[in-house]
Design a protein around this ligand. Structure first.
Ligand SMILES: NC(=O)c1ccc[n+]([C@@H]2O[C@H](COP(=O)([O-])OP(=O)(O)OC[C@H]3O[C@@H](n4cnc5c(N)ncnc54)[C@H](O)[C@@H]3O)[C@@H](O)[C@H]2O)c1
Length: 244
């Protein structure tokens, strides 16, 4: 019996990095996985794996959300788990940030997460159960630059707590995770700069970057019934970076 046996789980940004690894972990624990992503080529690849169903979704588009959730309910009968994982980052400094960058960051990371919850919660409320995990970032816990990204991830932190307090009465649990620097396509550039890498490792008690499965295992726990009394929680998965 898997830890997510017979659950129907939607993972946004499920075609790359943390989301892709999570899709594999969830499938191995008995879930039917819907990997929802804007990148159609990457989706095709991940959909070749048995137990993972790719669906095209732009998290900033409300019609996409409404249509995809309707399809999932019709095809699979339920929506038990939502992981709001899709995200983008930028290293532009504050004085280089124009409106378009600000909007892009807030729209995908912040608005996308909110829209995911807005459209999924009615299904979970009706079912009287559900688990949502939102991907924030360690940048929302401690100052680390990355200004617009941080602002967006701070909004994810705040809305997670607010939603948890509103939807607990319907047996819907909503938690957030705060990864440190994890080895994925998002951080490829960083890994090629040994100076930056050394600096981050020196500021991380565990002295290394994280792996997608290390974030995935924590999310798996929060999404599973093992976390049945946990909602509104904030879990840093950062090698101790935010503890310093
Ligand atoms: N990698 C890290 O160091 C790190 C650290 C903290 C938080 N995070 C967060 O973890 C999450 C996953 O990051 P990752 O490192 O796996 O990144 P990634 O770039 O490997 O994957 C992100 C995925 O999101 C998808 N996506 C982007 N815009 C989308 C949209 N509008 N609609 C639907 N899908 C969209 C991309 O196509 C991609 O598949 C993100 O929310 C990120 O901010 C990552």
């Amino acid at each position: 019996m898997g830890r997510l046996q017979d659950k129907i789980a939607i993972i946004t940004g499920g075609a790359s990095g943390i989301g892709e690894r999570l899709a594999m972990l969830f499938k191995d624990e008995g879930a039917t996985v819907i990997a929802a992503d804007i990148n159609e080529d990457a989706l095709k690849k991940v959909s070749e794996i048995e137990g993972i169903h790719g669906k095209k979704l732009d998290v900033t588009n409300e019609d996409d959300w409404a249509n995809m959730l309707k399809e999932v309910k019709e095809e699979f009968g339920a929506i038990d788990i939502l992981i709001n994982n899709a995200g983008v980052s930028t290293e532009k400094q504050l004085h280089e940030t124009d409106y378009a960058v600000w909007e892009f960051m807030l729209k995908i990371n912040g608005f996308g997460t909110m829209m995911g919850m807005k459209h999924t919660l009615p299904y979970m409320k009706e079912a009287g159960k559900g688990a949502i995990v939102n991907l924030s970032s360690v940048t929302a816990l401690v100052g680390m630059g990355l200004n617009t990204y941080t602002a967006a991830k701070g909004s994810v932190r705040a809305i997670t707590k607010a939603a948890a307090t509103e939807y607990g009465q319907f047996n819907v649990r909503i938690n957030a995770v705060f990864p440190g620097v994890i080895q994925t396509p998002m951080t490829e550039g960083l890994e090629s700069s040994s100076e930056q890498l050394q600096r981050i490792n020196a500021m991380t008690p565990l002295q290394r970057l994280g792996k997608p499965e290390e974030v995935g295992n924590a999310i798996l726990f929060l999404a599973s019934d093992e976390a049945s009394f946990i909602t509104g929680a904030e879990l840093a998965i950062d090698g101790g970076y935010s503890a310093l």
